[in-house]
Design a protein around this ligand. Structure first.
Ligand SMILES: CC(=O)SCCNC(=O)CCNC(=O)[C@H](O)C(C)(C)COP(=O)(O)OP(=O)(O)OC[C@H]1O[C@@H](n2cnc3c(N)ncnc32)[C@H](O)[C@@H]1OP(=O)(O)O
Ligand SMILES: O=C([O-])CC(=O)C(=O)O
Length: 375
C-alpha cells in the first residue's frame, strides 16, 4: 500500500500517471525530446509551426505541408466581433493571463467544438487567435486603440511581435520568438498539461481543457515564474547588489523564481538555448545591467543552493530585450503550450478512462449527526 505522505505530500513526484508518445523529460542522454526529436535540434533548425505540426499532426511537415499549415493558421488570426467586444470590457487592471483564460472560454461559446471530429480545427484556431486575444485587449486597455488583428506576418512569432509593436520584427527578434515558442511548446505531464488531461478525461470540450490549463499555468511555481524572475532581476542595479540580495533571500528561506525543477536534477536543457539568445540580445541592446545581474543570480544560486536556472529564468531578460512588457510574458507561454496541451487532449481522448485517483482520508472518524437545535 502506497504511503500517502510520500504521494500527495510530495506532489505525486515519480508516480507514473499515464502514457504519452509526445515527449520525454529528463531521460538519461536526452534532456527533452518532442516525438523523438531532441529539443536542441528543433530549436536550432525548426520554426514553431513545424513543431506545432509535429505535436498536433504526428510528424514534421514537408515544405508544402508547412506552407499550407502556415496559411491555415494565418487565416485563423482575426477575432469575431463579440469576442473583441468582450475583451474591451476587461479592465486594464486585469492580469493578462486572466484575459487569455477568459478569451479562450469566450471563443468556446462563439465557435464551440461540436464534436471531437472538430478537435484539430479548434486547436489550430486557438493557436491562430491567441496572439490577437492578448494584444487586442492590451492595446485597447492601454490606449483605446482597436488594432487590426490579422497581420501579414509569415508566422506566429512575427505575428505576435508585429501586433505588439506595430511593425515587423528584425530577423534576430523573430528568430528568438520562434525559438522561445519551440522551447515552451511541450513538457510531458507538467501541472497545466495534467490539468488539461484530467479535464479531457471527462470527455469535456477542448476549450474547457485549455481554459483550465491556462489557470494552472498562471501560478508562479509554473509558467508565472518568468514574470516573477523579471521582477527579481529588476530589483538589483549591479551584480554585486544581486549577490548580496540573493544571499539574504536564501537566508530568509525565500523561493527564487526561475530556479529548480520538479523533474530535471542538474540542468534544464531549454536554459542554455534561451540564455544564449538573451546574451545576444543584451549585446545588441548594449545592456550592462540586466544580463550581468541575471548571471550573478545564476552563479549565486549554484554556489549557495546547487540550483540551476529552468526554462523561465533567462526568458525573462530575453523577452525584456524584445520590448515585451513583463505582464505579457506568461501569456506567450500560453500561445506556445497550446500546441502541447491540445496534443495531450487528443492523446487522452484516443485512449480514455476518466482520471480519478483516490485519497487517503486523514479526517475525524465517522460520527453521529447532531441536529442543529442540539449543537
Ligand atoms: C516552465 C516551468 O514551469 S519550470 C518551473 C518554474 N517554477 C519556478 O521557477 C518556481 C521556483 N521553483 C520551485 O518552486 C521548485 O523548484 C519547483 C516548483 C519548480 C519544483 O518543486 P519541487 O519538485 O518541490 O523541488 P525540489 O524537490 O527539487 O526541491 C528541493 C529543495 O530545494 C528547494 N528549492 C527548490 N527550488 C527552489 C527555488 N527556486 N528557490 C529556493 N529553494 C528552492 C525546495 O524548497 C526544497 O527544499 P527543502 O527540501 O528544504 O524543502
Ligand atoms: O515540467 C514541469 O513540471 C514544468 C515545466 O518545465 C514545463 O511545463 O515546461
Amino acid at each position: 500500500m502506497a504511503d500517502s505522505k510520500t504521494l500527495g505530500g510530495a506532489g505525486l513526484r515519480g508516480q507514473v500517471a499515464g502514457r504519452t508518445a509526445l515527449c520525454t523529460v529528463g531521460k538519461t542522454g536526452a534532456g527533452l525530446t518532442y516525438r523523438g526529436y531532441d529539443i536542441r535540434e528543433l530549436a536550432a533548425q525548426a520554426d514553431f509551426e513545424e513543431v506545432a505540426h509535429l505535436l498536433l499532426y504526428g510528424e514534421l511537415p514537408t515544405q508544402a505541408q508547412l506552407d499550407a499549415y502556415r496559411q491555415r493558421l494565418a487565416a485563423l488570426r482575426d477575432l469575431p466581433q463579440p469576442l473583441k467586444e468582450g475583451l474591451e470590457r476587461i479592465p486594464a487592471s486585469a492580469h493578462p493571463m486572466d484575459v487569455m483564460r477568459s478569451g479562450a472560454s469566450l471563443l468556446g461559446t462563439l465557435e464551440p467544438e461540436h464534436s471531437f471530429a472538430d478537435q484539430q480545427q479548434v486547436a489550430d484556431r486557438l493557436l491562430g487567435a491567441f496572439p490577437a486575444i492578448l494584444l487586442y485587449w492590451h492595446h485597447f486597455s492601454q490606449s483605446g486603440t482597436r488594432i487590426d488583428c490579422s497581420s501579414d506576418a509569415p508566422d506566429i512569432a512575427s505575428h505576435f511581435l508585429t501586433l505588439l509593436h506595430g511593425k515587423a520584427p528584425s530577423e534576430l527578434h523573430a528568430r528568438v520568438m520562434n525559438v522561445s515558442l519551440i522551447l515552451y511548446a511541450e513538457h510531458e505531464f507538467n501541472a497545466s498539461t495534467f490539468t488539461a488531461r484530467v479535464c479531457a478525461s471527462t470527455l469535456s470540450d477542448l476549450y474547457s481543457c485549455v481554459t483550465g490549463a491556462i489557470g494552472s499555468l498562471r501560478g508562479p511555481l509554473h509558467g508565472g515564474a518568468n514574470e516573477a524572475a523579471m521582477a527579481l532581476i529588476e530589483r538589483f542595479a549591479s551584480p554585486e547588489e544581486a549577490v548580496t540580495g540573493l544571499k539574504q533571500m536564501l537566508e530568509r528561506k525565500e523561493k527564487v523564481m526561475g530556479f529548480g525543477h520538479a523533474i530535471y536534477r542538474d540542468s534544464d536543457p531549454r536554459n542554455e538555448v534561451i540564455k544564449d539568445y538573451a546574451r545576444q540580445l543584451a549585446a545588441e541592446m548594449g545592456d550592462r545591467v540586466l544580463f550581468p545581474v541575471s548571471e550573478a543570480i545564476d552563479r549565486t544560486m549554484k554556489e549557495e543552493k546547487g540550483l540551476f536556472p529552468n526554462a523561465d529564468f533567462y526568458h525573462a531578460s530575453a523577452y525584456h530585450f524584445l520590448g515585451i512588457p513583463t505582464p505579457l510574458f506568461t501569456p506567450i507561454f500560453v500561445c506556445s503550450r497550446t500546441a502541447g496541451w491540445c496534443a495531450h487532449v487528443f492523446e487522452q481522448r484516443a485512449d480514455n478512462r476518466i482520471i480519478r485517483p483516490s485519497a487517503d482520508y486523514i479526517g475525524v472518524e465517522q460520527r453521529a449527526f447532531t441536529p442543529i437545535a442540539n449543537r
